[in-house]
Write a protein that binds this ligand. Structure first.
Ligand SMILES: *[C@@H]1O[C@H](CO)[C@@H](O)[C@H](O)[C@H]1NC(C)=O
Length: 529
């Protein structure tokens, strides 16, 4: 499960920075106890540099630690959401302030691009944990000591929503005047301590500011609680709405409507959507997806890392299809895409292949690179019946079921125990693009006439490829048993389970064996989404 160690915080619409910085004027860390320390010069590299883009006098700094497992990186989303909320503040509130993301180690190119596009200034920190050979070195928080040396800024607000320890110093929101001397004192002290715990930086700060290591004169002061409201679930509505910074756990818990944070949850959800729309518009991809209604769906998406995935429904339908059928299919796909903005629809109406079904393969090849998944869905005989089904959760659930596979194809078997290509999924992967599709194509004009002319055409090719095992198809393909076909390919006929109301997709293959899709729907008084 992805439980960010410290969920990043939510900036409620208005973070009154001027108020925050007022406190620093009153309680500025006095430069006492710092004499006689040797100056270590540590290169803190900013990107863009101060020459490329002049620094604002003050900074809000947060730390980003990439996750290395296969789950969705909520930490990246949290930092991007924070930067996006900051950008959306009224100009007066962010006057003279800039948003800085500090990190340690390698930053993925796509993450870097996303940060840059949001105007974030990146700050690469040395890996303090590694240089001190600390065993717990999996995150960058401990390197936040270096932020104390960032004298390029007059004041720094360090934000990281922490877990509250009553009566101890909570470093998750920290406001300070940078001073290289202080940083050196801290670095010197930290070397002599045996701090290996999980909350290393917080342990240290507690010692430094309030414990055995504290400076001889008062060098710090508590910020008002409203700047870092903890235990929000047990707070009153008033306390929550008047607070400036609230840590959240919305990735794992959806508050109920009577919870004091319900309004904040909705605001968070809206911020996620607004970031999704901005990124999709400006960089043609997004690091986030929309928050689904169900928390189980969200959990599945995060675990399977499908939360930010995009899909395209591929329909092959010529323009001479009878208008009422054509319009009905188009309307159905359009409504689904509108309900799920991460899903697009692609209509291929020109047939250049020897048979319309082979056009699927040409079209797939053309579009697969622009999406995470292609959903090949028959135009004339298949309808989306339940628009609430979340593809990201459905595909995520199936991926999680088979950790032994490299899932690139998801397809269901039918009554004949054969894979049915009327509704199935292909992932945009190197294997799909460079191995599977080229091999699939060889069947259009297969040298063996029985294979070439088999009535199942492109579907026969998949079945053959699976059996031949020439391209390791079984390692890339999840075949759903007929009993679970209903997940995305419910038939109008055949052994149970056939279509029931609530099923995702209704499909009537082979012309429905005497009763086509529309006739079936009419007979059973069914209406598509
Ligand atoms: C599809 O895969 C290619 C190569 O792996 C990648 O460059 C491209 O960004 C992917 N498209 C999407 C939308 O993820």
């Amino acid at each position: 499960m992805i439980l960010p160690r410290r969920p990043a915080l939510l900036l409620p619409g208005l973070i009154i920075l001027s108020l925050v910085f007022l406190f620093i004027a009153n309680y500025a860390l006095a430069a006492c106890d710092l004499s006689g320390t040797s100056q270590t010069t540590i290169k803190l590299s900013l990107d863009p540099s101060a020459e490329e883009r002049p620094l604002q006098p003050r900074a809000i700094v947060t730390i980003y630690t990439p996750v290395m497992d296969k789950t969705y990186d909520t930490g990246l989303a949290d930092v991007l959401l924070l930067a996006h909320s900051f950008n959306n503040l009224p100009a007066a509130d962010k006057k003279d302030v800039e948003f800085v993301v500090a990190f340690v180690g390698e930053l993925a190119a796509s993450a870097k691009q996303s940060f840059m596009n949001l105007g974030v200034r990146l700050l690469e920190l040395p890996d303090l944990g590694a240089s001190k050979k600390w065993t717990v070195s999996e995150n960058a928080y401990k390197s936040c000591l270096y932020l104390f040396g960032l004298e390029a800024f007059s004041d720094i607000l360090y934000v990281d929503a922490g877990v509250v320890f009553s009566k101890v110093f909570d470093s998750s929101v920290l406001l300070f005047k940078p001073s290289i001397s202080r940083m050196n004192v801290m670095l010197d002290q930290v070397s002599r301590l045996d701090l290996k715990g999980y909350y290393l930086d917080q342990d240290f700060f507690n010692n430094y500011f309030d414990g055995s290591l504290s400076p001889s004169c008062m060098a710090w002061s508590h910020l008002p609680e409203s700047l870092n409201l903890q235990l929000v679930d047990s707070r009153s509505q008033d306390a929550v709405s008047s607070s400036q910074i609230v840590p959240h756990n919305f990735w794992t818990h959806k508050p109920t409507i009577d919870s004091p944070v319900f309004t904040l949850y909705n605001r968070w959800k809206a911020t996620v959507r607004s970031l999704f729309e901005l990124q999709t518009r400006e960089q043609k991809r997004s690091d986030v997806g929309l928050i689904p209604n169900s928390i189980q769906d969200l959990t599945t998406m995060l675990k399977a890392n499908t939360f930010s995935h995009t899909f395209v429904i591929l329909t092959i339908m010529t323009l001479d299809t009878e208008k009422k059928f054509f319009d009905r299919t188009m309307g159905n796909r359009e409504r689904y895409c509108k309900r799920h903005p991460e899903v697009s629809h692609y209509l291929e109406s020109k047939i250049t292949a020897k048979n319309a079904v082979w056009q699927k393969v040409y079209a797939t090849q053309k579009i697969i690179n622009d999406y995470d998944w292609v959903w090949l869905l028959d135009g004339r005989d298949a309808m989306i019946m339940n628009g609430e089904v979340e593809l990201r959760a459905l595909i995520g659930m199936l991926i999680l079921e088979r950790p032994d596979l490299d899932t690139d194809i998801i397809i269901a078997r039918d009554i004949s125990e054969a894979m049915n290509a009327g509704s199935f999924f292909l992932r945009n992967s190197t294997w799909t693009r460079d191995v599977f599709i080229p091999e699939w194509f060889t069947f259009e004009n297969h040298p063996d006439s029985e294979t070439r002319d088999h009535k199942w055409q492109e579907q026969w090719a998949i079945i053959r490829l699976y059996e031949d095992d020439k391209i390791e198809l079984p390692w890339h393909t999840q075949q759903l048993d007929q009993k679970r076909q209903y997940l995305f390919n419910s038939y109008t006929f055949g052994p149970q389970p056939t279509f029931k109301p609530g099923d995702f997709v209704l499909h009537s293959p082979e012309g429905g064996r005497g009763m086509d899709l529309y006739k079936f729907m009419k007979e059973h008084q069914l209406k598509e989404f």
